[in-house]
Design a protein around this ligand. Sequence first.
Ligand code: CTP
Length: 245
Amino acid sequence: NRTIYTAGRPPWYNCAGQQVEPFVIGICGGSASGKTTVAEKIIESLDVPWVTLLSMDCFYKILNEKQHEQALINEYNFDHPDAFDIELLLDVLTKLKEGRKVEVPVYNFVTHGRESQTKTMYGANVIIFEGILTFHSPEVLKLLDMKIFVDTDPDIRLARRLKRDISQRGRDLKGVLKQYLNMVKPSYCNYIAPTMAHADIIVPRGGENKVAIHLIVQHVHTQLQLRGFKLRETLANSYKDQPMP
Ligand code: CTP
Protein backbone atom coordinates (compact mmCIF):
# COMPACT_ATOMS: atom_id res chain seq x y z
CA ASN A 1 0.00 0.00 0.00
CA ARG A 2 3.05 2.30 -0.04
CA THR A 3 2.64 5.37 -2.20
CA ILE A 4 5.24 7.76 -3.55
CA TYR A 5 4.91 11.51 -3.88
CA THR A 6 4.95 13.03 -7.32
CA ALA A 7 7.21 16.03 -7.80
CA GLY A 8 5.72 19.50 -7.67
CA ARG A 9 4.41 22.12 -5.34
CA PRO A 10 1.90 21.34 -2.58
CA PRO A 11 -0.81 20.10 -2.35
CA TRP A 12 0.89 16.73 -2.63
CA TYR A 13 -0.63 13.78 -4.47
CA ASN A 14 0.35 10.14 -4.26
CA CYS A 15 0.57 7.75 -7.22
CA ALA A 16 -3.12 6.94 -6.89
CA GLY A 17 -3.88 10.65 -7.41
CA GLN A 18 -5.04 11.12 -3.83
CA GLN A 19 -4.07 14.23 -1.93
CA VAL A 20 -1.71 13.40 0.96
CA GLU A 21 -2.35 15.08 4.30
CA PRO A 22 0.53 16.96 5.89
CA PHE A 23 1.82 15.86 9.30
CA VAL A 24 0.96 18.56 11.84
CA ILE A 25 3.11 19.05 14.95
CA GLY A 26 1.81 21.27 17.76
CA ILE A 27 4.39 22.83 20.09
CA CYS A 28 3.11 24.32 23.33
CA GLY A 29 4.91 25.88 26.31
CA GLY A 30 5.22 28.94 28.51
CA SER A 31 6.44 32.27 27.25
CA ALA A 32 10.15 32.20 26.30
CA SER A 33 10.39 28.46 26.92
CA GLY A 34 12.20 27.94 23.62
CA LYS A 35 9.29 26.76 21.45
CA THR A 36 10.66 28.50 18.36
CA THR A 37 14.13 27.02 18.90
CA VAL A 38 12.66 23.52 19.25
CA ALA A 39 10.67 24.07 16.03
CA GLU A 40 13.77 25.31 14.19
CA LYS A 41 15.88 22.37 15.40
CA ILE A 42 13.18 19.93 14.25
CA ILE A 43 13.05 21.60 10.82
CA GLU A 44 16.86 21.53 10.55
CA SER A 45 17.11 17.83 11.48
CA LEU A 46 14.05 16.72 9.50
CA ASP A 47 15.72 17.57 6.21
CA VAL A 48 12.52 17.14 4.19
CA PRO A 49 11.22 19.65 1.63
CA TRP A 50 8.27 21.88 2.43
CA VAL A 51 8.06 22.36 6.16
CA THR A 52 5.93 25.27 7.36
CA LEU A 53 6.20 27.05 10.72
CA LEU A 54 3.03 28.79 11.93
CA SER A 55 3.01 30.84 15.14
CA MET A 56 -0.02 31.36 17.34
CA ASP A 57 1.11 35.00 17.78
CA CYS A 58 -0.24 35.68 14.26
CA PHE A 59 -3.74 35.19 15.65
CA TYR A 60 -3.79 37.82 18.41
CA LYS A 61 -7.08 39.71 18.15
CA ILE A 62 -7.14 43.30 16.94
CA LEU A 63 -7.45 45.56 20.02
CA ASN A 64 -10.01 48.32 20.43
CA GLU A 65 -8.89 51.75 21.68
CA LYS A 66 -9.41 50.95 25.37
CA GLN A 67 -7.61 47.60 25.12
CA HIS A 68 -4.74 49.28 23.28
CA GLU A 69 -4.38 51.82 26.07
CA GLN A 70 -4.30 48.95 28.58
CA ALA A 71 -1.62 47.20 26.51
CA LEU A 72 0.56 50.30 26.56
CA ILE A 73 0.59 50.27 30.39
CA ASN A 74 1.05 46.47 30.58
CA GLU A 75 -2.51 45.87 31.77
CA TYR A 76 -3.96 43.92 28.84
CA ASN A 77 -3.88 40.14 29.29
CA PHE A 78 -2.18 38.67 26.19
CA ASP A 79 -1.87 35.33 27.98
CA HIS A 80 -5.60 34.65 28.33
CA PRO A 81 -7.27 32.33 25.78
CA ASP A 82 -9.70 35.16 24.87
CA ALA A 83 -6.79 37.21 23.48
CA PHE A 84 -6.66 34.92 20.42
CA ASP A 85 -8.91 34.74 17.35
CA ILE A 86 -9.48 30.97 17.47
CA GLU A 87 -11.96 31.03 14.57
CA LEU A 88 -9.38 32.54 12.22
CA LEU A 89 -6.70 30.19 13.55
CA LEU A 90 -8.89 27.14 12.92
CA ASP A 91 -9.69 28.33 9.41
CA VAL A 92 -6.00 28.85 8.55
CA LEU A 93 -4.80 25.57 10.08
CA THR A 94 -7.61 23.58 8.44
CA LYS A 95 -6.80 25.08 5.02
CA LEU A 96 -3.07 24.41 5.45
CA LYS A 97 -3.85 20.84 6.41
CA GLU A 98 -5.89 20.52 3.22
CA GLY A 99 -2.85 21.71 1.27
CA ARG A 100 -4.41 25.08 0.42
CA LYS A 101 -2.76 28.48 0.18
CA VAL A 102 -3.59 30.91 3.02
CA GLU A 103 -2.95 34.53 3.98
CA VAL A 104 -1.68 34.77 7.58
CA PRO A 105 -1.68 38.01 9.60
CA VAL A 106 1.73 39.39 10.60
CA TYR A 107 1.84 40.48 14.25
CA ASN A 108 3.86 43.39 15.65
CA PHE A 109 4.73 43.13 19.38
CA VAL A 110 5.87 46.76 19.53
CA THR A 111 2.57 48.24 18.29
CA HIS A 112 0.41 45.41 19.74
CA GLY A 113 -1.28 45.10 16.37
CA ARG A 114 -1.33 43.47 12.95
CA GLU A 115 0.82 44.78 10.09
CA SER A 116 -1.03 45.95 6.99
CA GLN A 117 0.51 43.20 4.84
CA THR A 118 -0.12 39.46 5.34
CA LYS A 119 2.17 36.48 4.78
CA THR A 120 1.26 33.88 2.15
CA MET A 121 1.68 30.31 3.34
CA TYR A 122 1.23 27.06 1.44
CA GLY A 123 0.35 23.54 2.45
CA ALA A 124 3.43 21.42 3.20
CA ASN A 125 4.63 17.94 4.10
CA VAL A 126 5.06 18.99 7.71
CA ILE A 127 3.33 21.89 9.46
CA ILE A 128 4.65 23.04 12.84
CA PHE A 129 2.27 25.16 14.90
CA GLU A 130 3.77 26.77 18.01
CA GLY A 131 2.44 29.02 20.76
CA ILE A 132 1.57 29.45 24.43
CA LEU A 133 -1.97 28.07 24.06
CA THR A 134 -1.77 25.68 21.12
CA PHE A 135 -3.39 22.90 23.18
CA HIS A 136 -6.22 25.00 24.61
CA SER A 137 -8.93 24.60 21.96
CA PRO A 138 -10.34 21.07 21.51
CA GLU A 139 -10.95 21.79 17.79
CA VAL A 140 -7.31 22.77 17.28
CA LEU A 141 -6.13 19.74 19.25
CA LYS A 142 -7.98 17.49 16.79
CA LEU A 143 -5.87 18.88 13.94
CA LEU A 144 -2.55 18.01 15.61
CA ASP A 145 -0.86 14.71 14.77
CA MET A 146 1.86 15.09 17.40
CA LYS A 147 1.80 17.26 20.52
CA ILE A 148 5.01 18.50 22.13
CA PHE A 149 5.18 20.51 25.37
CA VAL A 150 8.38 22.47 26.02
CA ASP A 151 8.96 22.55 29.77
CA THR A 152 11.60 25.10 30.74
CA ASP A 153 12.44 26.36 34.23
CA PRO A 154 10.35 29.48 35.07
CA ASP A 155 13.40 31.49 36.24
CA ILE A 156 15.09 30.87 32.92
CA ARG A 157 11.93 31.83 31.06
CA LEU A 158 11.60 35.08 33.01
CA ALA A 159 15.27 35.97 32.46
CA ARG A 160 14.92 35.32 28.71
CA ARG A 161 11.66 37.22 28.53
CA LEU A 162 13.12 40.29 30.27
CA LYS A 163 16.04 40.36 27.86
CA ARG A 164 13.88 39.78 24.78
CA ASP A 165 11.03 42.17 25.63
CA ILE A 166 13.44 45.01 26.41
CA SER A 167 15.74 44.48 23.41
CA GLN A 168 13.18 43.40 20.76
CA ARG A 169 9.66 44.30 21.85
CA GLY A 170 10.13 47.92 22.99
CA ARG A 171 9.39 47.34 26.71
CA ASP A 172 11.01 48.50 29.97
CA LEU A 173 12.05 46.50 33.06
CA LYS A 174 9.22 47.74 35.29
CA GLY A 175 6.55 47.07 32.65
CA VAL A 176 7.80 43.57 31.84
CA LEU A 177 7.79 42.59 35.51
CA LYS A 178 4.33 44.10 36.07
CA GLN A 179 2.88 42.15 33.13
CA TYR A 180 4.72 38.97 34.11
CA LEU A 181 3.59 38.92 37.73
CA ASN A 182 -0.01 40.07 37.11
CA MET A 183 -0.83 38.15 33.94
CA VAL A 184 1.87 35.98 32.34
CA LYS A 185 2.61 33.86 35.42
CA PRO A 186 -1.02 33.40 36.62
CA SER A 187 -2.14 32.52 33.07
CA TYR A 188 0.67 30.01 32.76
CA CYS A 189 -0.56 28.28 35.93
CA ASN A 190 -4.27 28.49 35.05
CA TYR A 191 -4.34 27.85 31.30
CA ILE A 192 -1.00 26.70 29.91
CA ALA A 193 0.50 24.23 32.43
CA PRO A 194 -2.76 22.17 32.65
CA THR A 195 -2.62 21.53 28.88
CA MET A 196 0.60 19.58 29.40
CA ALA A 197 -1.77 16.63 29.97
CA HIS A 198 -2.48 16.60 26.19
CA ALA A 199 1.18 16.28 25.25
CA ASP A 200 2.61 13.16 23.60
CA ILE A 201 6.11 14.30 24.53
CA ILE A 202 7.35 16.73 27.17
CA VAL A 203 10.70 18.27 26.32
CA PRO A 204 12.67 19.53 29.32
CA ARG A 205 15.09 22.44 28.69
CA GLY A 206 13.86 23.12 25.13
CA GLY A 207 16.08 23.36 22.05
CA GLU A 208 19.27 22.23 23.77
CA ASN A 209 17.72 18.79 24.42
CA LYS A 210 19.31 16.94 21.49
CA VAL A 211 18.00 13.50 22.49
CA ALA A 212 14.40 14.73 22.52
CA ILE A 213 14.78 16.45 19.13
CA HIS A 214 16.30 13.25 17.70
CA LEU A 215 13.41 11.11 18.98
CA ILE A 216 10.82 13.57 17.63
CA VAL A 217 12.48 13.68 14.21
CA GLN A 218 12.64 9.87 14.04
CA HIS A 219 8.91 9.66 14.77
CA VAL A 220 8.06 12.25 12.12
CA HIS A 221 10.17 10.42 9.53
CA THR A 222 8.38 7.17 10.33
CA GLN A 223 4.99 8.84 10.02
CA LEU A 224 5.93 10.48 6.72
CA GLN A 225 7.12 7.15 5.34
CA LEU A 226 3.85 5.52 6.39
CA ARG A 227 2.02 8.24 4.44
CA GLY A 228 4.05 7.46 1.35
CA PHE A 229 6.78 10.06 1.63
CA LYS A 230 10.07 8.73 0.32
CA LEU A 231 12.98 9.76 2.56
CA ARG A 232 16.18 10.72 0.81
CA GLU A 233 18.50 7.76 0.58
CA THR A 234 21.30 9.43 2.55
CA LEU A 235 18.92 10.28 5.36
CA ALA A 236 17.46 6.78 5.50
CA ASN A 237 20.99 5.31 5.57
CA SER A 238 22.08 7.63 8.36
CA TYR A 239 19.66 5.85 10.67
CA LYS A 240 21.49 2.59 10.07
CA ASP A 241 24.97 3.98 10.74
CA GLN A 242 24.68 6.72 13.32
CA PRO A 243 24.33 6.33 17.07
CA MET A 244 21.91 8.63 18.88
CA PRO A 245 23.48 11.95 20.01
N1 CTP B 1 2.75 39.44 24.27
C1 CTP B 1 3.07 40.74 24.63
N2 CTP B 1 2.55 41.77 23.89
C2 CTP B 1 1.74 41.56 22.85
C3 CTP B 1 1.39 40.23 22.48
C4 CTP B 1 1.93 39.19 23.22
O1 CTP B 1 3.80 40.97 25.59
N3 CTP B 1 1.27 42.58 22.17
C5 CTP B 1 3.34 38.34 25.04
C6 CTP B 1 2.35 37.56 25.85
O2 CTP B 1 2.40 38.03 27.18
C7 CTP B 1 2.80 36.09 25.73
C8 CTP B 1 3.96 36.15 24.76
O3 CTP B 1 3.92 37.43 24.15
O4 CTP B 1 3.23 35.57 26.96
C9 CTP B 1 3.87 35.08 23.69
O5 CTP B 1 5.07 35.01 23.00
P1 CTP B 1 6.17 33.93 23.44
O6 CTP B 1 5.55 32.61 23.51
O7 CTP B 1 6.91 34.42 24.62
O8 CTP B 1 7.13 34.06 22.19
P2 CTP B 1 7.93 32.93 21.42
O9 CTP B 1 9.09 33.65 20.74
O10 CTP B 1 7.04 32.14 20.55
O11 CTP B 1 8.48 32.05 22.63
P3 CTP B 1 9.62 30.96 22.65
O12 CTP B 1 10.81 31.60 23.30
O13 CTP B 1 9.08 29.85 23.48
O14 CTP B 1 9.92 30.57 21.24
